[in-house]
Design a protein around this ligand. Structure first.
Ligand SMILES: O=P(O)(O)OC[C@H]1O[C@H](O)[C@H](O)[C@@H](O)[C@@H]1O
Length: 543
């Protein structure tokens, strides 16, 4: 058994350093005029500002030592080389391979994998082209106008987030296609969508890496019945109205997905890392293949920077280490993601899965129970809206919360020059001003106020650390880089904590015991359950 993290020299030095630094306020640290210069970096189209974090240069040096002791470089190299870093499932985690350019080469178990990756992109491109050209027709002969993605978790969150974020990038050819998402097990989103859709012109994507997820398969069966109810049991119904996306072609086959409408991914692509694969089909349908490839290229650029940049200029490494500092040494166990951009409305939810499903672990890769905290509770929302909702807690609540402010410097520069454009640009400026004002107030508290505020209830404590991440504008390329940046941040933290970020055993047992619970609900039996569950079942049985 190797040393537990907390026994490492650098860990203990960081603990000692934290106890000293806690005596210095964040407000005091920010009196240094060089603060921004010293704690901000520009790389890969981003400005990363860490100057509002509660740390000094010594903190960063000690964090680099910790990363060194945890062999971060070797772990990064192992991941990109295709080593089986997901040990509990005996798989590599090669989602970064999905973003390699066509001329690159990568071997996995003696097989070259970049060629099949690009063959899969080509198959996807052919389906996209057919739908964009209105050549895909339903069984009644009408071209498809509506596409419903049936998927959940990683098979929904990434495509939904990116499709929404890049909506302005839809090419002319995609304007006639409406993309919908339905994931909930109870069928509520699907029922709402179906009530507005025309079966003759609707196509469903059954998107499930495993092709066993009940939420998705039950939505797919409901969709099939809806089509049959309206169009009859036509022999080509499944062929013309369903595309399947999965790592299991045999399961798609068994469901009845036509071979040419099956898109496959690989078991080494984790669900929450799968938007780069054919799981990203809704993104490609909405934005076109060129923009989908720009998304991949942006992520690839970040992959290269992550592998090559020295730690002091490596954005993902810096974000990860600052997170470790906040969580493990300042005791801040929650992270709010606050995009000041309505297009990134789904980004906090996307990151919630990425971070919490990856790093919500309490045993290390050697099976030892950890005696230190790992993943923070991650939440958030569009910043300006959240100002009218939960910012009260950030400013005057009792707990310290770390925040990531995310904003674009420019907006609306490409829309036609009208009165509306001017107003929208003003709105953007107002949004940026709010972003900067809020992070400043969170840091300084009352010291940011123009005059003294004697009443206790009006006081702002300040001392809430935050990171500001900015980029020039939200393009497919930049969004790709942004997502990859957070992916790598999560990976670096896992390397330090010594955990496997690529499995998710904690979601299994609940699914399993739901089967027996459902059987009891139907059979009106409850004896074998605990008193609380018995009570809930009895309540339903009595109705
Ligand atoms: O794509 P699927 O196999 O349907 O899985 C969908 C999702 O469900 C699972 O429970 C996992 O927690 C997620 O990581 C996964 O993305």
């Amino acid at each position: 058994m190797s040393k537990l993290l907390t026994e490492r020299t650098s860990w203990q030095a960081l603990q000692q350093h934290a106890s000293q630094l806690k005596r210095v306020s964040l407000r005091e640290l920010n009196q240094d005029p060089r603060r921004f210069q010293d704690f901000s970096r520009q790389a890969n189209g981003f400005l990363l500002d860490l100057s509002k974090q509660h740390l000094t240069q010594d903190t960063l040096q000690l964090l680099y030592q910790l990363a060194q002791e945890c062999q971060l470089d070797a772990k990064i190299a192992a991941k990109f080389s295709g080593a089986r870093v997901n040990a509990t499932e005996e798989r590599p985690a090669l989602h970064s391979a999905l973003r390699l350019p066509a001329h690159a080469r990568l071997q996995l178990d003696g097989q070259e994998i970049v060629t099949p990756i690009h063959a899969s992109l080509d198959k996807m491109a052919a389906l996209v082209a057919k739908l964009h050209a209105r050549q895909w027709r339903g069984v009644s002969g009408y071209p498809i106008t509506d596409i419903v993605n049936l998927g959940v978790g990683g098979s929904e969150l990434g495509p939904l987030m990116a499709t929404h974020a890049l909506h302005e990038w839809r090419p002319q050819a995609a304007q006639h296609l409406n993309i919908h998402f339905a994931s909930t097990m109870d069928g509520s989103q699907l029922a709402t969508a179906l009530s507005k859709l025309n079966p003759k012109t609707t196509l469903f994507i059954i998107s499930s890496k495993s092709f066993t997820t009940l939420d998705t398969l039950s939505n797919a069966n409901t969709a099939l019945h809806w089509l049959e109810g309206s169009l009859g049991a036509h022999p080509s119904l499944k062929r013309q109205h369903f595309i399947g996306v999965s790592a299991h072609p045999e399961r798609m086959q068994a469901w009845g997905i036509a071979k040419e409408h099956q898109l496959t991914l690989w078991d080494w692509v984790g669900g929450r890392y799968s938007l780069w694969s054919c799981i990203g089909l809704p993104i490609a349908l909405s934005l076109g293949m060129a923009h989908f490839k720009a998304l991949l290229a942006g992520a690839h650029q970040l992959d290269l920077a992550f592998q090559q940049a020295p730690w002091q200029d490596n954005l993902a490494v810096l974000m990860a280490l600052v997170g470790i500092w906040n969580i493990n040494f300042l005791g801040i166990h929650t992270l709010a993601i606050l995009p000041y951009d309505g297009r990134l409305a789904h980004f906090p939810d996307y990151l919630a899965q990425l971070e919490m499903e990856s790093n919500g672990k309490s045993v290390n890769t050697q099976g030892q129970t950890l005696d230190y905290a790992t993943c923070p509770i991650l939440w958030g929302g569009v910043g300006p809206n959240a100002q009218h909702a939960f910012y009260q807690l950030l400013h005057q609540g009792t707990q310290r919360v770390a925040c990531d402010f995310i904003a674009t410097a420019q907006r609306y520069q490409n829309i036609p020059e009208t009165q509306a454009r001017l107003h929208l640009q003003n709105q953007h400026q107002m949004t940026l001003a709010n972003c900067f004002a809020q992070s400043r107030l969170l840091m300084l508290g009352d010291a940011a106020a123009p005059e003294p505020r004697p009443e206790a209830y009006r006081r702002y404590r300040g001392e809430q650390p935050s990171t500001t991440l900015m980029f020039e504008s939200l393009t497919p390329f930049q969004l790709g880089a942004l997502i990859a940046l957070y992916e790598h941040k999560v990976f670096v933290q896992a390397c330090i904590w010594g955990i496997n970020p690529f499995d998710q055993w904690g979601v299994e047992l609940g699914k399993h015991i739901a089967h027996s619970t459902q059987a009891a609900l139907i059979a009106k039996e409850a004896e074998t359950f605990d008193p609380s569950t018995q009570g809930l079942l009895a309540y339903c049985h009595a109705l």
